[in-house]
Structure formats: C-alpha cells, structure tokens
Design a protein around this ligand. Structure first.
Ligand code: SAM
Length: 252
C-alpha cells in the first residue's frame, strides 16, 4: 500500500496531498470495483491512472510548474493579489467578489471557517475576523499561512480532509466555495454531515455554473443540495452570480 501511494503521488500537482486522502480514494476505488491490488503491472498502471485522475478532481486546479516557481517569488515579495489571479477559482470569481464580500459584511462575522479554502482567504480574510482555513493542498495552505502572518490576521490553517474531520471550530460563518461537487461518491452524505455538525449560524456555499470544459451549465442550481436543505428545514436564499450560484443558509 505504502509503495503505491508513493507512486500515485509522484506528480508535482499531487505530491502535497496527505497520504490519508490517497489511501481513502484508493480503497474506495478498489471496493467500488470489487478488485484488490494486483501484481500485474498493467492493472497497477490503470489503477494509478484512475486514482490520479480522481485526486486531480479533488485538488480542483492544475498548477503548472512555471506557476509554482513564480508563486515563490510573489510570496517573498508579498504580491498576493497576483497569486489570486493564478488560481482558477479565485481568478474566475474576481467579477463576483464584490457581491460576495457585501453578503459577508452584512453578516458581520467575527470568525470564519473556510472549508476547501484554496486561496480564497487571500480575498476575504481581514484583521477583524478569526479565520480557520481547511484544505488538503499544503501548497495553498502555505501561501494562506504566509498571508496571515504578513497581514497580522488571526488565522489558522489545517491540512485536513473535510470528509473525515469531525471537530471543526465554532464560527459565525462557514464558507464552502466550489467544493461540495468534488467530494466524490459520498457527496450528499458529507454535505449533510457538515451542515448538521458544524457549529455555525450561517453557511455560504457556492457551486460552479460552468462545466469543467467551460460551457455554461443548463441547470446550475443544485437540486440535490436544495433537497437536503429542505429536509433539514434550514432557510436559504440563492443568488446566481456571474460564475457561481451562491447559497446563503441560516441554520435554524
Ligand atoms: C475548486 S477549488 C475551490 C477553492 C476555494 N474554495 C475557492 O473557491 O476559491 C476546490 C478546493 O477544495 C479542496 N478540496 C477538495 N477535496 C477536499 C477535501 N476532501 N478536504 C479538504 N479540501 C478539499 C481542493 O484542494 C481545492 O483547494
């Protein structure tokens, strides 16, 4: 097991992922397909390819090597807005950030829990708010951590898989931007668990309105997610922005 995990992670864009995530993805794949790790080189190659594809979906972005190198310079020089522009999610959101920040300011949170944060804290965090940032990508968390330090923000970063973490800190607002769709087979179950167990009065949860190929989705509203909210009787408002649909949920 250890060897195959090492082999799977032998790609620059996957090397920072925690072993626990790789192992969980691998085990899920093996049991879903009713197979075990085989000694056949051909089968092993197929498994590695499948797991890497799955993990790339989780990591949600494709950072090129030149971008990584350039990032190091930008961090050293504190040029965080340029880093935001390198990250697919935050770059695409630049048109929507103003509206998103207005929603957040109206809630006046003193603490924010951001799950699958990517580089979003660079756009949202401020000195007035305690910020808890969770992601499986160590590389992004390092940038976030540096950003907190340089800007005197009371923040914590946690390199944790949100599907298997239980003890999230209490926060006035919980943000989950463009993450729930990529949680794999247990998406609904995980979404329900996060909504019910996290101690937060408000949730701000977004989903992409374009497919991975960049085409606009026919129906960007997530009915599966709305069904969960209705079952839980959590009142919500939904806003369609330029690049995302955003659900503002009040936990009853
Ligand atoms: C599409 S990006 C969105 C990033 C950020 N929320 C934003 O909108 O700017 C998805 C993020 O979720 C993270 N992620 C995916 N699966 C995760 C998991 N199981 N636990 C924690 N983070 C996860 C990825 O590493 C990635 O940073």
């Amino acid at each position: 097991m250890e060897n195959i995990i090492k082999e799977i992670k032998h790609k620059p864009e996957l090397k920072d992922l925690p072993n626990s995530l790789v192992e969980k993805t691998l085990n899920e794949y093996l049991s879903k397909n009713g197979i075990s790790l085989s000694n056949s080189i051909k089968e092993r190659k197929i498994i590695i390819k499948e797991i890497r594809a799955q993990l790339r979906k989780y990591s949600g972005q494709y950072t090129s090597k030149s971008n990584i190198k350039n990032r190091e310079e930008l961090i050293k020089e504190g040029r965080f807005s340029e880093i935001l522009n390198q990250h697919a999610s935050t770059r695409e959101r630049s048109a929507d950030y103003e509206e998103i920040k207005e929603i957040i300011n109206n809630l006046n949170p003193k603490s924010i829990l951001d799950l699958g944060c990517g580089l979003n804290p660079l756009a949202i965090a401020s000195q007035e708010v305690n910020y808890y940032a969770y992601d499986i990508k160590e590389e992004d968390l390092n940038i976030v951590s540096e950003f907190f330090k340089i800007n005197g923000i009371k923040g914590e970063v946690h390199n944790k898989d949100i599907r298997i973490t239980d003890n999230f800190p209490k926060a006035d607002l919980c943000i989950i931007f463009k993450v729930l769709d990529i949680l794999g087979d247990n998406r609904n179950e995980t979404a329900r668990k996060l909504l019910t167990t996290i101690n937060s009065n408000f949730f701000l949860i977004s989903f992409a309105t374009r497919t991975l190929g960049g085409k606009p989705m026919n129906s960007p509203y997530r009915r599966w997610f709305e069904k969960i909210l209705n079952e839980l009787k959590y009142p919500y408002e939904v806003k369609r922005m330029k690049q995302e649909v955003v659900y503002l949920i009040k936990k009853a």
